[in-house]
Structures are given as C-alpha cells and as structure tokens.
Design a protein around this ligand. Structure first.
Ligand code: FES
Ligand SMILES: [Fe+2]
Length: 380
C-alpha cells in the first residue's frame, strides 16, 4: 500500500534539473558531505591494487593497503600532476608518474628523488590529500569532507539488509557503467516509481505491480519499495529448490532502497544490485550498475555453479530493464530543459518516493537560499 491518500506536488522546479548554479549548490550541500561508493573489493582484490576515477568532479585513487583500502585525491603534492591516469594497476607504494615521488600507505611521502634539493622538508611531510574511506561488505566508500557520521548511518535501519546483500555470500559478477545525458535527480527519480513499468518495461516486466502488493517505507535517510518478485517459470522453480538445499529459504520478494542522496540497492533471493548516480554536470550523469550473485549458505560445487549461472542470467535480465530506462533519459532531460512548459509537474501516490527524495534535496540545498522550488504539499 502507498502512504499518501492524494496526488503530490513536485517540490523541485524543472530549473533545478538544468541550472548550473543550483547544481553546484547540490554538489556542495548534498553530495560532497555524503559517503560515495568508489569501488568494490572485487575490483582491488590484492594488497597493492589501485583504481582511479573521477568522483564529483574530483580525481580520486583508492589503494588496497595492508590495513585495508585507503583513498586519496589522485593529485601529486609536488607539482599537482595526476599520480597516474591508468584506470587500475598495482603498486606497493603509490608513485607519481612525473618526478617519481613515492608515498607510504597512509599518504605521507616515503621517497623523494634528489631529496636534498627540497631542503628544508621534514621527513614524511607534504603528502597526499587523504579522503575518508570505509567499507561495508565488499563496497568501498569515500567522503570528501571531514564529517563525522560513520558509513553505517547512510543505511539507517536497513544496514543489516544491505550488509547481507553485499557481504561474503555474494560475489560481484557484472558491472556496467554508462554516461547518461540527463540530470542525476531525474535518473534517480525514475528508479523510485513503478508507474512507468507498463509503458517503458512492457517487454521485460509487463504491467505495473498491483498497489495492494506494494509497500513503501520512508525514513530520514532512505526510502524503500517492496513487492513480490523472483524468477518465473521452471528455472525459477529449480533455483528456489537449490537455494533451499543450500540453506536459504526464498522469500519471493523484491526490495529496492534509495539511500539518500545517490545510492540505490535492490535485492531478491538470488541477486543484489548496487547503483550509483554520479553527477558530472547538470545534464550529465555517470550511472554504474554492479550486480552480485548469491552463492547459497552451504553451496556444493554443483549447486554453487548452477546458482551462479541462474543469478547471472537474472542480472542480464535486469540489464535489459536498465537499458530500457537509459534510452528514455535524454528525452526526459530535453523536456525538463524546454523553456516553455504546460505545468511544473505532478506526482501520483505511486510516485510518492519522489516527493520524499525531492523534499530531502530541497531542504538541504535551500537552507538559506529559498529559490527555485515549488510548493510543499501532503507529506508521505
Ligand atoms: S608532480 Fe608528482 S613528483 Fe612531481
Ligand atoms: Fe525503469
């Protein structure tokens, strides 16, 4: 059941999906203070492995050290070159590609070629800019500001569910990234409603789910959608039999959570998927989908192999669903950017998670700047 009895207003005006200064305020007040998923342990499995990338417009490097993953700005303190432009690699000590400065696992300088010419410079001083870095299961998060809220706070009351969905029994099996020509909020909002299912996903998901079988949940840090879900037909039947035999009782339920502001996690009996929405510009977003397969509590080589095959097949189905949405976004952005509009938009009860999301963004971005938002209405 949905929580609102009535339709709801859009709380963010179309301008907030296109305007550069609003975008910069979002980055400063909403995104930089939040934990951002940077990588997974499966992508840096050995001590010494690193990955680089851009996150919220900043160049970042995550290095797997003996003490666990550590994150730094991928900018050398000497003359500010990128340490490396390789997307991934292996170095026991991070070493700058330009003049060869080497850095200890904590980012302090370890070896400076021709060090006497920098006299006086204290040993270890002038190191890399370290970012906060924490892991949950296989997920590695970074944060740019020096906030004190631990990563666990991102997930609130759903922490245990997410931990189960991305912990030891799950293995990362697929990862897809796409640069999408649309505002990050429009893409997340698409993930928050089942209203478009019968049109955009007619070929894959069919019809929108019955309201009486749906369940919404809201908290200050997340929203959740829950509905019946699972693989249909004979493959689903034997998949459920294998799960039972390997010690897990299938629930036949689909869960989808948004952890504010820009991380979604969905999980079902056999798979979990984590999506990040990383804004690069008001009309450009990097969307990354990482899919995990459940191996069962007590897998045998045969049941583990069959479950992994079925889970991968299930994730490829969700990739088709994902691509159906991706095709839509440029047209959604073009409509939002149109200078003349018939209205400022309207949300159905089925879209009430969008209202919750918009209110969270609006309250943070407009603290002290009451510009560019619509009227509040019924609160889900
Ligand atoms: S810029 Fe990195 S060592 Fe000089
Ligand atoms: Fe969709």
């Amino acid at each position: 059941m949905f929580l609102s009895d009535t339709h709801l207003p859009q709380l963010l005006s179309p301008d907030t999906y296109t305007d550069r200064s609003w975008f910069e305020r979002e980055v400063g007040s909403v995104l930089l203070p939040s934990w951002q998923l940077a990588t997974t342990l499966a992508e840096i499995p050995r001590v010494g492995d690193f990955v680089t990338g851009r996150l919220l417009g900043r160049n970042v490097i995550v290095h797997h050290t003996a003490e666990g993953p550590r994150a730094f700005l991928n900018v050398c303190p000497h003359r500010l070159a990128l340490l490396t432009s390789r997307p991934r690699g292996h170095q026991c000590r991070l070493t700058c590609q330009y003049h060869g400065w080497e850095f200890a696992p904590d980012g302090s300088t370890r070896r400076i070629p021709d060090a006497p010419s920098f006299r006086p410079l204290e040993k270890g001083a002038f190191g890399l800019h370290r970012l906060q870095c924490e892991t949950l299961g296989q997920l590695v998060f970074v944060r740019f500001d020096d906030g004190t809220a631990p990563l666990a706070d991102l997930f609130g009351e759903r922490l245990d569910d997410v931990q189960r969905a991305v912990a030891g029994r799950h293995r990362l099996v697929v990862s897809w990234t796409r640069d999408v020509g649309a505002n990050w909020k429009a893409i997340i909002e698409n993930n928050l409603e089942s209203y478009h299912v019968g049109v955009v996903h007619r070929a894959t998901l069919g019809v929108m789910p019955d309201e009486n079988l749906c369940d919404h949940e809201f908290s200050p840090v997340h929203s959740r959608f829950r509905a019946p879900g699972g693989v249909a037909g004979p493959i689903g039947d034997w998949q459920r039999t294998l799960l039972r035999r390997s010690g897990l009782e299938p629930s036949g339920t689909y869960h989808h959570c948004l952890f504010l502001p820009n991380l979604t996690v969905l999980w079902m009996d056999d798979i979990a998927a984590v999506q990040t929405f990383e804004p690069a510009a008001p009309d450009l977003t990097k969307v990354t989908f990482r899919g995990f397969a459940l191996r069962g509590a007590r897998p045998t080589p045969l049941s583990g192999g069959l479950l992994a095959w079925a889970a991968r097949r299930h994730l490829l189905f969700w990739k088709r669903v994902w691509e159906e949405d991706l095709r839509l976004f440029p047209d959604l952005q073009a409509g939002l950017a149109n200078p003349a509009r018939p209205s400022s938009g309207l949300l159905s009860r089925r879209e009430e998670r969008i209202h919750h999301f918009q209110r969270w963004i609006r309250d943070r971005v407009t603290a002290g700047h009451p510009v560019g938002v619509g009227q509040d209405g019924n609160e889900p």
